[in-house]
Design a protein around this ligand. Structure first.
Ligand SMILES: [Zn+2]
Ligand SMILES: [Zn+2]
Ligand SMILES: [Zn+2]
Length: 89
């Protein structure tokens, strides 16, 4: 994990957590996920890049929302897709 911090990460002042512990897109299509990530722009919780459908990175690309937070218990980090930057909080 890098220690690069970009403007998108520093713009996050309050970290959004997962309202429900499920990927809303996978639930819709009957898919399965490995880990969950929460978009810090709109608050949607989606699945990680280790999951078959990679909904979080697809959302970041199509919606233009750069930063996600891990929604896994005990994990406290943010990640910015366009800058490949991450930070713990
Ligand atoms: Zn960034
Ligand atoms: Zn998913
Ligand atoms: Zn979003």
């Amino acid at each position: 994990m890098t220690t690069t911090i970009c403007e998108h990460l520093t713009a996050v002042t309050t970290v959004k957590g997962a309202e429900r512990r499920e990927c809303v897109e996978c639930v819709r299509i009957g898919g399965e996920w490995v880990h969950l990530r929460t978009c810090q722009t709109c608050g949607v919780t989606l699945c990680c890049d280790s999951s078959p459908h990679r909904h979080a990175s697809a959302h970041a690309r199509t919606a233009g929302h750069p930063v996600i937070a891990s929604a896994e218990p005990g994990e406290r980090w943010l990640y910015c897709y366009p800058d490949d930057a991450s930070v713990e909080y």
